[in-house]
Design a binder for this molecule. Structure first.
Ligand code: ARG
Length: 459
C-alpha cells in the first residue's frame, strides 16, 4: 500500500504507533458524510476551473462507486488506511488512477473531518427529534388514559398533595419539549461549514466555499479559518443537550423503579419489558429503567471528557480532536437506544394500578392544605389556619385517624366557621379538581394541557 505521507518520510511507522494513531476503526461511521463532502468539493473544483469538468465527472463517479461498494459490504478498510479520509482517497486512486490525486486540492483533513462530523451530527439530531417526539406521544397516550387517576404528589419524597397521574406524565412531556428546542438551537451551530478553511489558514487555490456549503445544506460558513478547524463547541453543546435528555429519562426511570416496587405498587411491569432473576423465581425486575439510569453516567462522562480534551489546546487543529469521535458516537448511540427502550416501556411496558394509588392518596394527610385553604376562604388568615390544621394533624396522628374521620362536631370545635361541605372539600378528587390555577393539576387544566399538547406535536 502506498504510504500516505509525503516523500519527507523514509521509514514506515512502528506498527504499534500506527495502530495507536489510527481512527479508521471508529471514524468509518463518517463514510457517507465523507463521500458527500468529497462529491461537493469535486463539483466545486470543477465549477471553479481548478480541475476540468471531465475530471470532476470521474471523481464523482469514483466516489459513488465507493458508496455502492460500501453498501454491498465490499469496501474494505484496515489500519494502514489510518482514517476514513485516507481510506476513501486510497480506494479512489485504486479505482481511477492518478486523476484521483486531484481530489484533495485546496482541502485538508482538518476541514474535512470537521465537515464530516457536522454533517453526521446534523443527521443524527434530526433523527433524535423524531425519537423525542415518539417518546412524547407515548407519554401523551398514557396521560390521556389517566386524567382522573389520582396519585400522591411528593416533595422530599414525602406525600404532599394528591395530583392527577396525567399531570405527572405531562411534566415529562414539558421536559422533552425543552430538549427538542435545545437540539434545534444546537443544530444552528452544527450547521456551519468549515470546508475550505484547509489546514488552518485558508488556501491560495481559487475555491468557492459558499458553493460547497450550499451543496451540503449548511446555512453559513465559518468566517475564520482557524476557528473553523479548531471549533468543537458544537460537540460539547450537543453532548450537554443529550446529558439533559438522559437526566430526564433517568428521573422517570427512577420513578418507575420506585413505583414498581412492592412498597409502592403503583405500576406492574408487563412481561414484554421486564426481566426475571436467574435465582429467585418470584422476581420481576425493572432492568430497562435501571439501564437507562445507569447509562447517564457515560454520557455525562463524555461531556466532561470533551471539555477536558479541548480546554488546553492552542489554535488551531490538534490531533487531540480525534478523541471527539468516540465520545460523540457513543453519546448518540446511548441516547438513541435509551429513548427507544423508554418509549417502548411507556407504550407497552407499564400497567398503572389506579386502585393502589387511590388507596395511597386516601390514607394520608395530603389534604391538610385544603383544610387551611378552606379556612382562608372563611376569612381566617393563612398562617393562623396553617397552625390550627397542624395541631389537628398532630392530634389525629396520635389517635390513629385521618382528617376525613373527624365528625362535624369536632370540626366545629376546631373552628366555628367550618360547615358540612368540609367533607367534600377534602376528598382527594375534589382536592385535585380545585387546583385550577394555570399550570395546576385541576382536571380541567390537565384536559386543556392535553388538548394543547396534542395540537403542538400533531399527535
Ligand atoms: N483522523 C483525524 C481526526 O479525527 C483527521 C484529521 C487529521 N489531521 C491531521 N492533520 N493529522 O481528527
Amino acid at each position: 500500500m502506498a504510504k500516505a505521507w509525503s516523500d519527507r518520510f523514509e521509514k514506515g511507522l512502528n506498527p504499534a504507533i500506527k495502530r495507536f494513531n489510527a481512527s479508521i476503526f471508529f471514524d468509518i461511521n463518517l463514510l457517507q458524510e465523507d463521500l458527500d463532502g468529497s462529491i461537493a468539493h469535486a463539483q466545486m473544483l470543477g465549477d471553479c476551473g481548478v480541475i476540468t469538468k471531465e475530471e470532476t465527472k470521474k471523481l464523482i463517479e469514483g466516489l459513488e462507486k465507493i458508496r455502492t461498494e460500501s453498501s454491498d459490504g465490499l469496501f474494505q478498510v484496515g489500519v494502514d488506511d489510518e482514517d476514513v479520509h485516507f481510506a476513501v482517497e486510497r480506494r479512489l486512486i485504486e479505482i481511477l488512477g492518478s486523476v484521483a490525486k486531484k481530489l484533495h486540492t485546496g482541502r485538508s483533513r482538518n476541514d474535512q473531518v470537521g465537515t464530516d462530523l457536522r454533517l453526521w451530527l446534523r443527521h443524527r439530531i434530526d433523527e433524535l427529534d423524531q425519537q423525542l417526539k415518539r417518546f412524547q406521544m407515548a407519554l401523551l397516550s398514557q396521560a390521556q388514559n389517566h386524567i382522573y387517576t389520582v396519585i400522591p404528589g411528593y416533595t422530599h419524597l414525602q406525600r404532599a398533595q394528591p395530583i392527577s397521574l396525567s399531570h405527572h406524565l405531562l411534566a415529562y412531556v414539558e421536559m422533552i419539549q425543552r430538549d427538542r428546542e435545545r437540539f434545534i438551537d444546537v443544530r444552528k451551530r452544527v450547521n456551519i461549514s468549515p470546508l475550505g478553511a484547509a489546514a488552518l489558514a485558508g488556501t491560495s487555490i481559487p475555491i468557492n466555499r459558499r458553493q460547497t456549503a450550499k451543496a451540503l445544506g449548511f446555512s453559513e460558513i465559518y468566517l475564520n479559518s482557524l476557528d473553523a478547524v479548531s471549533d468543537r463547541d458544537f460537540a460539547v453543546e450537543f453532548t450537554a443537550a443529550v446529558s439533559l435528555v438522559m437526566t430526564h429519562l433517568s428521573r422517570l426511570s427512577e420513578e418507575v423503579i420506585l413505583w414498581a416496587s412492592e412498597e409502592f405498587a403503583f405500576v406492574r411491569l408487563s412481561d414484554r419489558c421486564a426481566t426475571g432473576s436467574s435465582l429467585m423465581p418470584q422476581k420481576k425486575n425493572p432492568d430497562v429503567p435501571e439501564l437507562v439510569r445507569g447509562k447517564c453516567g457515560r454520557v455525562y462522562g463524555h461531556l466532561q471528557g470533551l471539555l477536558t480534551m479541548i480546554k488546553g489546546l492552542p489554535l488551531s487543529y490538534n490531533k487531540d480532536f480525534q478523541e471527539d469521535k468516540e465520545a460523540i458516537f457513543d453519546t448518540v448511540f446511548t441516547v438513541r437506544a435509551s429513548l427507544e427502550a423508554m418509549s417502548i416501556l411507556i407504550e407497552e411496558g407499564l400497567e398503572f394500578c389506579p386502585e393502589r394509588m387511590k388507596i395511597a392518596v386516601e390514607a394520608d394527610f395530603s389534604n391538610a392544605t385544603d383544610v387551611a385553604d378552606y379556612l382562608v376562604a372563611k376569612g381566617v388568615p393563612f398562617r393562623e389556619a396553617y397552625q390550627k390544621v397542624g395541631r389537628v394533624v398532630k392530634e389525629s396522628l396520635e389517635q390513629g385517624i385521618l382528617l376525613k374521620d373527624l365528625s362535624i362536631g369536632e370540626w366545629r370545635e376546631i373552628h366555628p366557621a367550618i360547615d358540612e361541605d368540609i367533607f367534600e372539600k377534602i376528598a382527594p378528587k375534589q382536592v385535585i379538581a380545585s387546583r385550577i390555577s394555570e399550570g395546576g393539576t385541576g382536571f380541567e387544566r390537565v384536559q386543556e394541557q392535553l388538548v394543547s399538547w396534542k395540537r403542538r406535536i400533531d399527535f
